[in-house]
Design a protein around this ligand. Structure first.
Ligand code: AMP
Ligand code: ZN
Length: 479
C-alpha cells in the first residue's frame, strides 16, 4: 500500500509497526451541530483507508473521538467553546447537546456504511489521562500560566511546524498573516496554545477543579491523550482534514512528542475540502448541506458517497446538485448492471470462457493496484466501468459461469467502495420469475411493448415483483 504521508511531504510505501496490524486515529467531529457533507468527506476517506488495509489483510484498530468539550469557535485560541455556546443558546447541558449530536453523527456514519471505529472516546470521560499528560509537560518545563489558562510554549519544541514543512518562525508568520490575528494576553508566541483553560466562576457545566485551576481541557491535548491511551505513545496513522495541519495536528505532535520523547505518529493522512461555489463548505459560511438534506431532496446517500469516491481524496471537490445527480445516475447504472447480470445466462449452457476470465482478472489487478496507490479511487472506478463495458459488449456470448466472475469481482471491489452492490444481486427469486423477467426484457428489445406489459402485470399480481425500466436495463424489486 502506498500513501501520501504529509509528514514526509511525499507518497511512500506503508510499513506497519507490527506485522499485519494498523493502528489508526481519526479526529472526529465536535458534536455541537449536525456534521455536514464536507465533514463527512473526511470520514468517508478515513473509512476508505481502513477498508484498503483490511482488504490487504491487515488487522485495523481504529479510534475516532467525539469532541464534547474544549474546541473553540476558532481552531486557534479565540472565541468561546463551541459546545458551550450551543448549550447556552439552546438552554441545555453540554452532555445533552453532545448526546444529541453524537447520536445523529453515528446514524450518518451507519447510513454511509462506514465501518464503526473500535472506540469513540469523549474527552469529558478522559480528564485523568489529559491531566496526566499535562503534568508530564509541566515537569518537563513546556508549560506556563497566563490569565486565561495553562499554555504550551511552542518555541521549546525543536521540530515545531514539521507537518507544514515550516520552521517555528515561518509558522508563526504564517499564522499571523493568515488564520490567527490576535493572541491571548500574556502568551509568548502566536503559535502557543492552551492545554487547560480557566472558566468564569458562574460556569458550572463540564468544568473540573484541578491543581492547574478550575476549567476544562484544550482541544489539542484531548486528541493526544486519547489516541495515546488507546493506541500507545507511538502508532501508525493519524487522519483528518487539511484544515488541521497548521494548528491542531501540529500541536498534537508537539505536545505528544515532547511528553514521550518518541515519535508520535508515522503516517499523517489528510483529505482536501469539499467545496461549494469555490469555497470550503463550513457552517460559518452558511453553505452547508447535511446527509438528511440530500435525502429530503430525493437522493440516495450512496450517490453522495460515489461522488466523494469519484474524486481523489487529495483534490478539492466542488459540490453541486448537478454533480450529485450525475453520480446518482452512474451509480444506478452500476446497480442495474449487477441486477441484470445476476439474471443473465440462466437458460444457457454453462461453459466458462477462459479468455474472458483472463480479462476479468486483469481488470481486477488494475483496480486493486489503483486503490493501493494512495487510494486512487477515480482510476479504480474507471477500471470498474471498464469491466462493465467489456462485459456488456460480450454479454450475448457469456455464460452464467462467466458473468459470475464479473459479479464476484464487483462484490470484491465493494469491500473497498462500500456502495452496497451485493444488495442488488438477484439470486433468491424462483426460476420461473427469473424466466419471466428475461422474457419481458427480450420482448422490450423487440419493441413488443404490449406483450411486455402483460408480463409486467403477471409479475406484479402473481409474484409481487415490480419492474422499473431504466437506461441501464430493467430493475426488479419486491412490491
Ligand atoms: P470539526 O468538527 O470542525 O473538527 O471537523 C470535522 C472534520 O471535518 C475534520 O477532519 C475537518 O478537517 C473536516 N472538514 C471540515 N470541513 C470540511 C470540508 N468542507 N471538506 C472536507 N472536510 C472538512
Ligand atoms: Zn484531533
Amino acid at each position: 500500500v502506498k500513501i501520501y504521508n504529509t509528514l514526509k511531504h511525499k507518497k511512500v510505501s506503508f510499513k506497519p509497526m507490527a506485522e499485519g496490524q494498523v493502528k489508526m486515529y481519526t479526529c472526529g467531529p465536535t458534536v455541537y451541530y449536525f456534521a455536514h457533507i464536507g465533514n463527512m468527506r473526511s470520514y468517508v476517506v478515513a473509512d476508505l483507508l481502513k477498508r484498503v488495509f483490511i482488504y490487504n489483510g491487515y488487522k485495523v484498530k481504529h479510534i475516532m473521538n467525539l469532541t464534547d468539550v474544549g474546541h473553540l469557535v476558532s481552531d486557534a485560541n479565540l472565541g468561546e467553546d463551541k459546545m458551550r455556546l450551543t448549550a447556552h443558546s439552546e438552554n441545555k447541558s453540554l452532555r445533552e447537546i453532545a448526546d444529541e449530536y453524537s447520536e445523529l453523527f453515528i446514524k450518518d456514519m451507519k447510513r454511509l456504511n462506514l465501518i464503526m471505529p473500535e472506540t469513540m472516546p469523549r474527552p469529558s470521560e478522559h480528564i485523568t489521562e489529559i491531566l496526566n499528560l499535562i503534568e508530564i509537560l509541566e515537569k518537563k518545563g513546556y508549560l506556563y500560566t497566563v490569565e486565561t489558562g495553562v499554555y504550551y510554549d511552542t518555541s521549546k519544541f525543536k521540530r515545531y511546524g514539521q507537518l507544514m514543512n515550516l520552521n517555528f518562525e515561518e509558522l508563526n508568520k504564517y499564522l499571523i498573516g493568515g488564520i490567527r490575528i490576535e493572541r491571548p494576553a500574556g502568551t509568548k508566541n502566536t503559535t502557543d496554545f492552551a492545554v487547560w483553560r480557566f472558566v468564569k466562576p458562574e460556569e458550572k457545566d463540564m468544568v473540573w477543579n484541578t491543581k492547574y485551576g478550575r476549567g476544562f481541557p484544550g482541544w489539542h491535548i484531548e486528541c493526544s491523550a486519547m489516541s495515546m491511551k488507546y493506541l500507545g505513545e507511538h502508532f501508525d496513522i493519524h487522519t483528518g482534514g487539511i484544515d488541521h495541519l497548521p494548528i491542531h495536528h501540529t500541536n498534537e505532535i508537539a505536545q505528544s512528542e515532547s511528553a514521550t520523547g518518541k515519535r508520535f505518529v508515522n503516517y499523517w493522512v489528510h483529505n482536501e475540502f469539499l467545496q461549494v461555489d469555490g469555497k470550503k463548505m463550513s457552517k460559518s459560511l452558511r453553505n452547508v448541506y447535511t446527509l438528511q438534506d440530500l435525502i429530503e431532496k430525493g437522493y440516495k446517500i450512496n450517490s453522495y458517497k460515489y461522488l466523494v469516491l469519484s474524486a481523489h481524496y487529495r483534490t478539492q471537490l466542488n459540490f453541486t446538485f448537478e454533480s450529485l445527480k450525475n453520480a446518482e445516475n452512474t451509480l444506478n447504472g452500476i446497480y442495474s448492471f449487477v441486477e441484470k447480470l445476476s439474471l443473465h445466462g440462466v437458460n444457457k449452457e454453462n461453459n466458462p470462457n477462459p479468455k474472458f476470465a483472463t480479462l476479468v482478472s486483469r481488470i481486477k489487478v488494475q483496480f486493486i493496484k489503483s486503490i493501493n496507490d494512495d487510494m486512487n479511487t477515480p482510476l479504480a472506478l474507471a477500471k470498474l466501468h471498464l469491466l462493465i463495458s467489456k462485459t456488456n459488449k460480450k454479454l450475448d456470448k457469456l455464460s452464467k459461469a462467466d458473468t459470475e466472475l464479473v459479479l464476484e469481482a464487483l462484490v470484491d471491489f465493494d469491500r473497498i467502495l462500500g456502495l452496497g452492490f451485493s444488495e442488488y444481486l438477484k439470486q433468491d427469486i424462483p426460476k420461473e420469475v427469473e424466466m419471466l423477467i428475461l422474457e419481458r426484457e427480450q420482448l422490450r428489445k423487440e419493441r413488443k411493448f404490449s406483450e411486455a406489459d402483460k408480463i409486467r402485470s403477471i409479475l406484479k399480481n402473481e409474484h409481487n415483483i415490480e419492474i422499473e425500466d431504466t437506461e441501464g436495463g430493467s430493475i426488479w424489486h419486491k412490491a
